[in-house]
Write a protein that binds this ligand. Structure first.
Ligand SMILES: O=P(O)(O)OC[C@H]1O[C@](O)(CO)[C@@H](O)[C@@H]1O
Length: 437
């Protein structure tokens, strides 16, 4: 059960600043449900999880089983919404050093990501690590022409052909792409790759619960049915217009209210390295959805306590336009106690026998309190654990909140026209046909 705690917004926002938004929320909620919002063609995510559970995921599980049995390593090629959801879920659910565990301990292939950059060094390093392994590839791109994954896919496909030959390569590639259009769909049809469809009505950053996320996650043993169940239950939990019942809408209203008061940067803060890529997913979701028409809360992220020793100074005393959203996992998967060592002079003996979960939680409480005292309002979202079910719930919570937040701000939360500008200039510099100045 997800809990929203607004203790440290006291003094920054009055309760009425949230409740006054109820009538605006009612109208926008109605528009969402009736699919009348800007970008209404991209509302398929609203009930995606429950529909997918009804239809079943047998085909995805079968392909995933084959990959699990045959592959030493799975390379997932994609960028943005075709990348971050799977990476976020992998790092949330799986152990920190998953790839370094033995195959028996992992129970599935190692996982690597490609096509999310254009770095020659990173590509070469990956190919070095893959040498001698049985490699399968899941290439994910709705368009098939996004530069980074298109280059990444060319490279890994060429490498596969060199290792296994043309025919075997075709059996080792799974393409997740548009149902009928685009370069990747055409290639997959020509080459006979196994394919999965990215639905037309789900935009990239809302697509983690489509085959975009489900196939690679199932292949490494993430329980995708539990993930979907968490999100399907969240459809109900965050499906009401009422601000006193719907924590997602309350969070959306709150960040808009803070934004209007000049808190224009939101920092997603967590205390678990496993949440690093969840924060990256969250940044794309909110950045691409809200940052347009010269508006938007800038989404940033920190991993505490690490970043308390780098960014903590700024958050405590720097320019005051910040608010923080803490996501806290109540129960860790493991516990570790601080050992006793009488002869060490590190001043830590008072913590001997105390659990790290407890110490980390005290650090979180202290940080929330200190930052609020320093003028940084902060919100706490508590979730029970690192299970797939909880993660599914949290994905949906932030998606629902993001849609409402963008609509309250008066933008279309489902398009990303600004991403094209750098592409046009890059294509001019690269000399792409049709882009000469
Ligand atoms: O799946 P594609 O077409 O490769 O696009 C990947 C990503 O690129 C964007 O369109 C723009 O960066 C994102 O919205 C999307 O998630």
């Amino acid at each position: 059960m997800l809990k929203l705690d607004l203790t440290y917004t006291n003094g920054f926002l009055g309760e009425e600043e949230i409740s006054n938004a109820q009538s605006a929320v009612n109208a926008l909620h109605d528009d969402l449900q009736q699919k009348r919002t800007p970008g209404a063609d991209f509302l398929g995510w609203l009930d995606l999880a429950s529909r997918t559970l009804q239809e079943g995921v047998a085909d995805i599980l079968e392909t995933a089983k084959e990959i699990r049995e045959k592959a030493d390593a799975l390379v997932v090629v994609g960028i943005g919404g075709s990348y971050l959801g799977a990476r976020a879920a992998y790092e949330w659910v799986k152990p920190e050093y998953y790839n370094q565990l033995s195959k028996e301990q992992r129970g599935g292939p190692e996982i690597y990501f490609l096509g999310n950059h254009i770095s020659a060094d990173a590509v070469s390093d990956l190919l070095t690590v893959l040498k001698g392994k049985q490699v399968y590839v899941n290439v994910i791109s709705k368009s098939g022409t996004t530069t980074e994954p298109a280059i990444g896919f060319r490279l890994i496909r060429q490498w596969l052909i060199e290792q296994y030959g043309e025919q075997e390569t075709k059996r080792r590639i799974v393409a997740t792409t548009d149902a009928s259009k685009g370069a990747l769909r055409k290639l997959a049809t020509d080459e006979g790759y196994k394919t999965y469809v990215i639905p037309d009505d789900v935009g990239g950053r809302y697509s983690v619960l489509t085959p975009v996320g489900l196939l690679p996650l199932a292949a490494i043993g993430v329980d995708i049915e539990k993930l979907l169940q968490g999100a399907a239950d969240a459809e109900k939990e965050f499906g009401s217009a009422s601000l006193s019942e719907n924590a997602a809408y309350k969070y959306a209203v709150l960040r808009n209210a803070l934004y209007r008061k000049g808190y224009v940067t939101e920092i997603f803060a967590h205390f678990e390295p496993a949440l690093h890529y969840f924060a990256e997913w969250w940044k794309q979701l909110y950045g691409e959805s809200e940052g347009k028409d010269q508006k938007g809360v800038f989404p940033a992220s920190v991993g505490y306590t690490t970043d308390l020793h780098s960014m903590g100074q700024f958050v405590q005393e720097g320019y005051r336009n910040l608010f923080e959203t803490f996501v806290h996992i109540e129960n860790g998967t493991h516990n570790v106690d601080v050992p006793s060592a009488q002869n060490m002079e590190d001043g830590l003996e008072y913590l001997a026998g105390k659990s790290l979960v407890w110490v980390n939680d005290k650090a979180r409480l202290a940080t929330q309190s200190a930052h609020a005292e320093g003028g940084v309002p902060n919100v706490l979202i508590q979730v029970p654990d690192r299970s797939e079910y909880t993660l599914g719930q949290l994905f949906y919570f932030f998606e629902r909140a993001c849609a409402m937040s963008g609509l309250l701000m008066g933008v279309n939360p489902f398009n990303q026209p600004g991403v094209e500008n750098y592409k046009t200039k890059m294509f001019q510099l690269l000399g792409k046909p049709g882009y000469q100045k």
